[in-house]
Design a protein around this ligand. Structure first.
Ligand SMILES: [Zn+2]
Length: 315
């Protein structure tokens, strides 16, 4: 049994020449491939597998971050094929009305040269703004698998992992103001609206929590982690009426991004299963022993899943 993770699925946009996304045409081809080779399962099959401890044959589709692409491009394709999937939402954006830090970085690095963003950051981020716990593991693990240039890796590492959260927003506010004139205009077209989440739920899609504010949970206290997880499930329950079951996925993913505490908070919150990012199948042992850290492949592990940068061809 496999789970596959997707983020952006869209068409090219000349305004963002180095934005990384899966093209909708490649997504359709990958769905054909997965259906032909493994079969695509309804998320409820995984729910049953967690309860019985017996993996089924096939693939579960999952989509992270609650981005508008999932309504505009993914939903019609799933409905066409009679499929369902799990969509993981970071619910805090509906209260803050601001784009999450992780996505602000995608926008900045998608539109402007990574070296320019990196050098701007060097001017804004002072040494005392970096938190020095976990520095060693965060220096090496995250992004070692992504195919980024070195400036991009440095920017992401500094802003997603190393900077103390108390400074992160203000630094990103400054960058967004300077490069985009703020993020208000982009916000509306970036995330699913509440109406769209409800509609997707009503059309048989499964909605899960991806925390409130998309933090690296291992950087937070027990109390802070609890708030991130509980408030996000509560928010979804309020807008989706009733979640058939609770499911979660870890922001950023990988074993460095959460702790044993996180898993126990999820279990105690009644969460049935949670996804990590790990390139292997879901085994019987995973279902029985560790349902709060099920492995999940990135879409780039399968044919047609390589992310695309719509660099303009100038020659
Ligand atoms: Zn995410």
């Amino acid at each position: 049994m496999k789970a596959v993770m997707y983020h952006y699925v869209r068409k090219e946009n000349d305004e963002f020449p180095s934005f990384k996304f899966l093209h909708i045409d490649a997504f359709k081809k990958q769905l054909d491939y997965l259906a032909e080779n493994f079969g695509i399962l309804h998320p409820d099959v995984l729910k049953e597998s967690v309860i019985t401890g017996k993996p089924a044959d096939g693939v579960i589709l999952t989509f992270d971050d609650g981005i508008k692409d999932h309504y505009d491009f993914v939903l019609p394709e799933l409905l066409n094929r009679g499929l369902s999937a799990i969509f993981y939402i970071s619910t805090g954006v509906y209260e803050s009305n601001r784009i999450l830090g992780v996505h602000r970085l995608h926008l900045l690095l998608g539109k402007f040269p990574s070296g320019l963003i990196y050098h701007k950051l060097l001017g804004l981020v002072k040494n005392e703004m970096l938190s020095h716990s976990h520095v060693k593991e965060f220096q090496t693990i995250p992004y070692s698998l992504q195919n980024n240039d070195e400036y991009t890796n440095q920017v992401k590492r500094m802003m997603n992992y190393l900077i103390s959260y108390q400074y992160r927003e203000q630094v990103l506010d400054e960058l967004m103001d300077e490069f985009f004139g703020g993020d208000k205009k982009i916000f509306e077209s970036f995330y699913l609206s509440i109406g769209e989440i409800k509609k997707m739920h009503d059309l048989g899609m499964v909605m899960g929590s991806h925390t409130k504010s998309h933090p690296v949970l291992s950087k937070l206290s027990f109390q802070e982690q609890q708030t991130e997880i509980h408030s996000s499930f509560d928010y979804l329950e309020n807008i989706c009426i009733k979640l058939p079951y609770k499911t979660f996925c870890y922001p950023y993913g990988g074993f460095h991004s959460f702790t044993n505490e996180t898993e126990s908070i999820l279990k105690n919150a009644g969460c049935l299963f949670s996804f990590n990012v790990e390139e292997r199948d879901i085994s019987e042992m995973d279902l029985k022993n560790r349902p709060q850290a099920l492995p999940r492949y990135d879409c780039n592990c399968f044919p047609h899943g390589k992310l695309w940068e719509n660099k303009k061809v100038t020659e």
